[in-house]
Design a protein around this ligand. Structure first.
Ligand SMILES: [Fe+2]
Length: 274
């Protein structure tokens, strides 16, 4: 006598819910066999071009982040995205992010403090920072490795008061790769492929939960229509421009610079009951 197969209960529930939703869409929109074959072909092509992670990150990762963040306190999270690299150079604040000898773009001083949600400064907190350059390019991915393997990437250790200051460049908006099937789909549904300029941060400390987030800037042309939907109001900062020659010369700069300051708050680690 055959016995009933038992599967993973959560996976079973989710797959059944997914299939019910998809079948409902097929019925509601009267999907034809030709359209069904085109959809299958789209996923085959997306996989062949290595764009499955891109497709999912563009359309779904921000929703996963929102679900993950429910009930979390402190600074809001945002998606990690596809351009993070582990083991970036370890630097002590204040510091300058690794960059090319003539790194293009405006000088940015990013400073702030890392605290626990109850206000205690988190001395020695580590800020893993990564960003695009002033042309929207990321090292390792679209800046040649030989030119600058860790361009505008570092793990920065905050001082004993949780304070940090990092000299970098103002990042630029960029388009997600749009020459493959993901880009073709975006065009076909009338959506642009742009992300507003942003800084990525992953902040860790022994006493707290890790914070993965992004900082954005007021006035960015794509701030209200980020293709990946990762912008949150509380993460939008203002770039302050400093143009006084006496000021920028005193800092050792040959031109005006920008500053951004942000106070980060990390949730305390939940202690397991004994
Ligand atoms: Fe990014």
């Amino acid at each position: 006598m055959a016995t009933a197969q038992t599967g993973d209960p959560r996976l079973t529930e989710i797959v059944e819910a997914l299939l019910t939703s998809l079948r409902g869409i097929i019925r509601k929109h009267r999907i034809s066999h030709e359209e069904y074959r085109r959809a299958v072909g789209f996923f085959v092509e997306t996989a062949a071009k290595g764009e499955i992670p891109l497709l999912f990150d563009v359309f779904l990762e921000a929703t996963v982040d929102q679900v993950d963040a429910q009930g979390r306190s402190g600074t809001e999270t945002s998606v990690e995205g596809p351009f993070y690299l582990p083991n970036a150079p370890l630097l002590k604040s204040p510091c300058v992010l690794p960059q090319r000898p003539k790194e293009p773009g405006d000088i940015l001083l990013l400073s702030g403090c890392v605290r626990a949600v109850d206000g205690e400064p988190l001395g020695g907190a580590m800020l893993d920072i990564w960003q695009s350059d002033a042309q929207g390019a990321y090292s390792h991915f679209n800046i040649p490795e030989s030119e600058a393997p860790w361009n505008l990437r570092a793990r920065v250790i905050a001082d004993e008061r949780g304070e940090f200051e990092v000299q970098t460049r103002v990042p630029a908006p960029y388009q997600v790769p749009s020459d493959g099937p993901t880009g073709a789909l975006l065009r076909a549904i009338g959506r642009h492929p742009w992300r507003p300029a942003h800084l990525h941060l992953r902040i860790t400390h022994d006493l707290c939960e890790t914070l993965t987030t992004q900082l954005f800037f007021t006035g960015d042309p794509w701030i209200d229509s980020d293709v990946v939907g990762a912008v949150k109001e509380s993460l939008i900062t203002t770039l302050d421009k400093h143009e006084d020659p006496a000021d920028f010369k005193q800092r050792g700069f040959d031109r005006p610079y920008y500053t951004v300051r942000y106070e980060f708050a990390l949730p305390r680690l939940l202690r397991k009951a004994a």
